[in-house]
Design a protein around this ligand. Sequence first.
Ligand SMILES: NC(=O)c1ccc[n+]([C@@H]2O[C@H](COP(=O)([O-])OP(=O)(O)OC[C@H]3O[C@@H](n4cnc5c(N)ncnc54)[C@H](O)[C@@H]3O)[C@@H](O)[C@H]2O)c1
Length: 460
Amino acid sequence: MKTKSLVFVLMTCFLFICGEVVGQMIKTPVPSRPAGQKDVLRLTADPIPTVRVAFIGLGMRGPGAVNRMAQIDGVEIVALCDLRQERVEAVNKNLVERFGKPKAKEFYGDAEIWRQVTALPNVDLIYIATDWLNHARMGVQAMKDGKHVAIEVPSALTMEEIWELIDTSEKTRKHCMQLENCVYDFFELTSLNMAQQGVFGEILHGEGAYIHGLQQFWGSYWNNWRMDFNRKHRGDVYPTHGLLPVALAMNIHRGDKMNYLVSMDTKAVGNPAYIKETTGEEVTDFRAGDHTMTMIRTEKGKTIMIQHDVTSPRPYSRMFQLSGTQGFANKYPMPGFALNAGTVDSEGVPNHEDLNAHRFVNEDTRKALMEKYKHPIAKGIEEKAKQVGGHGGMDFIMDYRMIYCLQNGLPLDMDVYDLAESCCLIPLTEISLDNNSAPVEIPDFTRGAWNKLTTVEFSE
Ligand SMILES: NC(=O)c1ccc[n+]([C@@H]2O[C@H](COP(=O)([O-])OP(=O)(O)OC[C@H]3O[C@@H](n4cnc5c(N)ncnc54)[C@H](O)[C@@H]3O)[C@@H](O)[C@H]2O)c1
């Protein structure tokens, strides 16, 4: 018996020395905050009664943003920029002038011409909707040039880019918001309000995803830069839609923080097959697996699961589930709530033989809950949001809220740390996967201030 124990101890020591012990956390370095620099939690800036906006990137996504902004009072569209002249001219003619706004200044043709846009003196907000590779460098420069910046998802791809955006926002005291529209979808907003009112009790677990059958759009939406990035990078390369709505409801960097993640993926099948079919190339180096799962544990002992799959023929889903001690919210495939018996729904005493006893509340109760807990920010603008549109209205609410907060000198709904927490999954899941799903530390991007606030606050 004694010999057996000794062998076990020696084996364990051997494995430990050789670095074979599974479960050791891979540390993620945190650059120290430069002296004199402060966090940007609840950052405010002087009110801007008329917000002058310049847009960079007018491909598939950018024109929709111009269309929405053109329909918000107190917004001037002062500049439009894209590599392609025809895109700039078309947006100016069909969207800016159509709404009776003065023609915007046009910039096009050169890959660096955007620098003239961020340097313009008469601009308050730079709105970036280019491909992913350009996001962070443009955002950093915009803030250095004295502008607030809003950047499409994902706003940063590497830890270096993330820290540069944080440091620049902290140093310049300029807003840096990621344009994460899914936070503003009606079910998510209502669920956030319910979470904040305690309807779900203590939320212990959340799930989010980006499951979107983009193989239907190979060659169009799923264009070269998306394919190229996925080919070069293993991991969850598009995590923000899934994570941010859940992270906000779970008070991440507002009393809790994400401590580490573990990621696992399938092999890559769909994209290499498409490349072979269309070009004949036999691809053996495709990095992003068809399905990636990531689990996160928080400081306060909660868990979050995020999934990514854009090649399987599955119905669209962002999951969006909040699982609390008193209730449960679920967005996909069918929106619903489940609550502890007696809390809201009084459908009788559950029978333990009935496996459906703890089911979703009935449709009337669900509708009543949606009405009762409608988020205050959705109340006044719901109708206009649905009419202007943008993914059913959530894109309009996002833009409207950003302008409203800038006009009134209020903190924006999301800060640069929200951007950092959701984008860091891109590099950190890659590290986990390349190390046999090892746990990887998620840094505290606030550098010590994660416990200063208690919940996300959408200022009114
Ligand atoms: N939030 C959402 O629901 C949502 C939906 C779709 C796309 N997106 C995001 O929006 C962004 C843009 O996506 P897209 O589908 O419109 O891409 P796209 O390729 O259709 O458009 C990008 C545009 O940026 C321009 N561009 C590239 N480099 C430039 C430069 N140096 N200077 C000026 N212009 C430059 C291109 O010419 C192109 O017109 C991406 O980050 C994407 O992930 C978000």
